[in-house]
Design a protein around this ligand. Structure first.
Ligand SMILES: NC(=O)C1=CN([C@@H]2O[C@H](COP(=O)(O)OP(=O)(O)OC[C@H]3O[C@@H](n4cnc5c(N)ncnc54)[C@H](OP(=O)(O)O)[C@@H]3O)[C@@H](O)[C@H]2O)C=CC1
Ligand SMILES: O=C(CO)COP(=O)(O)O
Length: 330
């Protein structure tokens, strides 16, 4: 089986390793010549995965057509806000029938669309050709082959099973699910809650509050998910609670780390300068807030994260606002 991974950041490179370890030949598309050369010639990608070595079955190119050509599975691992623009260039090279697999955990600014919706719209593919992979999957741990599980969601269960098989290794255990909406929403909203968790961590707030953020964060994710047609049970699974707990509790999380910078009183620009890699929640909080408002759903934590990130609100005021909302039944 030939697989393409479009995006050579920390997650694209890690998934390339998983696919190769599971038996596929993998071609990664990288934006930069130096990244492609490092992967193809030295089997490393120091910009994103430190000293970890990649299997010989992984090569890379900056030529997207060459990466995509003949690939039965095409994995997408670029920042969510650039996907639409990237796809415009990639779509002409896609083989008819190839399965498109989103590895991304964001919501598009301006349209509030999920990544699978952007793929369907921009690449003009049928809904059953698009799968999503989401779960507690911090790249740094997986590179070290520390075991974890994930979810492969697709409307077409045969395709979900095909992707599941392509990703199954002794250290990576995918489950299938047909709830694409729930899995994508779980992955995107947890990044916003992880920002809040990071803020709370840096402010020295207690474990009770952190547990409350996770629990009430999951409640607002499930509320929004239900309004969008997701299965509420998905949020109790790996793509919901699993990813939320994994991300919030790990210092490896870029979103939590970004939140810690904000919680220390840094501005958005200062936090962006201090952290290099993609922290999807920073932009997605705007799109998720808009999506929730369009469906009449309350997302109080997301709203406060948006105000701290983009309106310069003092995190202490954000906490006071959350704690003084009208009391209600759980
Ligand atoms: N890292 C993780 O542990 C996990 C990440 N994810 C999700 O995977 C997605 C990708 O994240 P991740 O790999 O971690 O991000 P990184 O920041 O590690 O890498 C981003 C990649 O996208 C490329 N890129 C940046 N801007 C553009 C652009 N305008 N057009 C095309 N390519 C671009 C970068 O290239 P360059 O190096 O040239 O800038 C780089 O290859 C995100 O949605 C994230 O939430 C999901 C699960 C786990
Ligand atoms: O999605 C992830 C783990 O499942 C990665 O989280 P961060 O993007 O916050 O590092």
């Amino acid at each position: 089986m030939k697989a393409a991974v479009l995006g050579a950041g920390s997650w694209g490179t890690t998934v390339a390793k998983i696919l190769a370890d599971a038996g596929s030949d993998v071609v990664v598309w990288a934006r930069r010549d130096s990244v492609a050369a490092n992967i193809s010639q030295r089997h490393v990608n120091p910009d994103y995965i430190g000293q970890a070595r990649l299997p010989a079955r992984v090569s890379a190119t900056t030529d997207a057509a060459a990466a995509i050509s003949g690939a039965e599975l095409v994995f997408l691992a670029v920042p969510s806000q650039t996907l639409r623009g990237n796809l415009a260039g990639w779509t002409p090279h896609l083989a008819s029938g190839a399965t498109m697999v989103s590895l991304m955990k964001g919501i598009e600014l301006g349209t509030s669309k999920r990544m699978s919706e952007v793929i369907i719209e921009t690449a003009g593919v049928a809904v059953d050709r698009v799968a999503v992979v989401s779960g507690p999957n911090l790249a740094g741990e997986i590179l070290a082959e520390q075991p974890t599980a994930t979810v492969v969601a697709c409307a077409d269960m045969d395709r979900a099973t095909e992707v599941q098989n392509a990703l199954t290794t002794p250290y990576f255990r995918p489950y299938t699910n047909d709830d694409v909406v729930g899995c994508e929403l779980g992955g995107a909203v947890k990044n916003v809650i992880a920002l809040a968790y990071g803020v709370a961590t840096a402010m020295g707030l207690g474990d009770n509050l952190k547990a409350t953020l996770i629990t009430r964060g999951l409640a607002e994710t499930a509320r929004l998910g239900q309004a969008l047609g997701a299965d509420p049970l998905t949020f109790a699974g790996l793509a919901g609670l699993g990813d939320l707990v994994g991300t919030c509790s790990s210092p490896l999380s870029r979103n939590r780390t970004f939140g810690e910078h904000l919680g220390r009183g840094e501005t958005l620009e200062e936090a962006q300068k201090a952290t290099r890699q993609t922290a999807e929640g920073v932009k997605s909080c705007l799109a998720i807030r808009d999506l929730a408002h369009a469906h009449g759903v309350e997302v109080p934590i997301t709203e406060q994260v948006e105000r701290v990130c983009h309106e310069g609100l003092d995190p202490r005021q954000a906490l006071r606002t959350l704690m003084s909302r009208d009391t209600k039944a759980e």
